[in-house]
Design a protein around this ligand. Structure first.
Ligand SMILES: *Cc1c(COP(=O)(O)O)cnc(C)c1O
Length: 407
């Protein structure tokens, strides 16, 4: 992989017409270690956030020994970087053949579920493979209510009373039983984890045995840069969220048992930025070489404001306006699909023109993992960058903001 100081240097050297992902392994390691230092338990990185080989490999180098993997593809991706990393199979709804693969081929012994039919599937596999259920920890996923950029609690989770039933049944069948929840992604309300802990506490107090551990899931917010026009309160920092969580864990008496977290976004968001090119400027509209079918679907559906830096093409000699004047541009994506228009503008210097580049920061989570080959476009160029996105000149703009429409 080619290495550059920063994205501007990469853009001016390569003059890329295709999108270029700028990978910052040192930032990834630092953010990962920061999380592991703050969380009082095991850190299992959620592979779906960004399962690139370079990411998983770097995380292993940073000291990650456990991964939350949800599918055969993710099991293989983890095994490709580590022969002995532990995998936690935390997807509540699974194909029986995938459960068998997890237990038989990958030696997975930690699994989550939220329904009795999943116990039936699991037990069929456990009996067929003649595994002692006492070697398996089953986490019962509890339904939670919260406020996150992505609410995932509507899709999965057992109500507290049903969770008690599932836990008792698992215990009778000889499994070790833990409790887990996942509050959604990019949580915005610091009370979110406490509400989930209160549900877990309710369940724990009603089961007839000691639970084997608690998994608090993911959802920890990445620090994306703030939208100066937003009236929303400032997002709590990861430090604030974590000290609150540690206090709450203690208060509910969960601090004496094995704890697990499954962070994704908070670990990998800052590790990548993306250089895109302006293929055409048409008034207050720009057509870029990426879009909702490639790297930009998450910032779009999650209403995230990503920081953006203008990289002017020095070959453009004459420009109109002032580089200091930051204005909204409607952004059209690379494909011929008319849906491929971002619902929110990018805020950029009014001087931007056909041929310039934009570096979009903090795009490591749910960007390249969600790209498609639609219309023949598939961004797949990577460079390594040594300087963190925040270093150097402050980014001038924002990619995607929810407060104003471009037109
Ligand atoms: C997606 C997911 C995660 C990671 O969520 P982040 O918000 O990226 O931290 C963790 N656990 C489960 C079960 C998930 O589905």
């Amino acid at each position: 992989m080619q290495r550059f100081e920063n994205a501007k240097e990469a853009a001016l050297a390569l003059r890329p017409d295709d999108p270029v992902y700028c990978f910052r392994p040192e930032v990834l390691k630092a953010d990962c270690r920061q999380f592991m230092d703050m969380f009082p338990g095991k850190t299992a990185y959620a592979v779906k956030t960004n399962g690139e080989n370079m990411v998983l490999k770097t995380l292993v180098e940073a000291g990650v020994t456990a991964f939350d993997a949800a599918s055969p593809g993710e099991f293989a991706a983890v095994r490709a970087v580590s022969a002995d990393a532990e995998m936690l199979y935390m997807h509540p709804v699974k194909a029986q053949s995938d459960i068998r693969l997890a237990l038989e081929k990958y030696g997975i012994r930690v699994i989550a579920l939220d329904h009795e039919d999943e116990i039936t599937k699991l037990t069929r596999v456990v009996r067929a493979l003649d595994i002692d259920p006492g070697t398996i920890t089953v986490f019962v996923r509890i339904q939670t209510k919260g406020s996150a950029a992505y609410e995932l609690s509507k899709k999965f989770g057992a109500g507290p009373a049903y969770a008690v039933e599932l836990a008792e049944r698992l215990n009778r069948n000889g499994y070790k039983v833990g409790l887990c929840f996942h509050v959604g992604s990019q949580i915005q309300d610091p009370d979110t984890y406490e509400r989930a802990l209160a549900s877990a506490d309710w369940v724990r107090n009603r089961v007839s045995f000691d639970i084997a551990g608690l998994d608090v899931g993911g959802g920890f917010p990445a620090d994306y840069g703030s939208d100066p026009n937003s009236k929303k309160p400032e997002m709590p920092s990861i430090g604030q969220i974590m000290s609150r969580l540690r206090g709450d864990l203690k208060e509910y008496g969960f601090d004496e048992m094995p704890l697990v977290a499954e962070p994704g976004r908070v670990i990998v968001a800052r590790a990548f930025s993306l250089i895109v090119r302006v293929l055409l400027r048409k008034g207050r509209r720009i057509y870029i070489n990426d879009g909702i079918w490639a790297s930009l679907s998450d910032s779009w559906t999650g209403k995230l404001a990503l920081p953006a830096r203008f990289i002017p093409d020095p070959a453009i000699r004459s420009r109109n306006g002032s580089e200091k004047n930051i204005v909204p541009f409607k952004v059209c994506g690379a494909t011929c699909d008319s849906v491929d228009i971002l619902s929110r503008p990018f805020w950029l210097p009014e001087t931007i023109d056909t041929g310039d580049w934009i570096e979009i920061g903090h795009i490591g989570a749910y960007s390249l993992s969600l790209r498609t080959r639609f219309n023949g476009f598939y961004p797949d160029t990577f460079v390594e960058v040594t300087t963190p996105f925040e270093a150097g000149d402050a980014p001038e703009g924002l990619a995607s903001m929810e407060t104003m429409a471009a037109e």
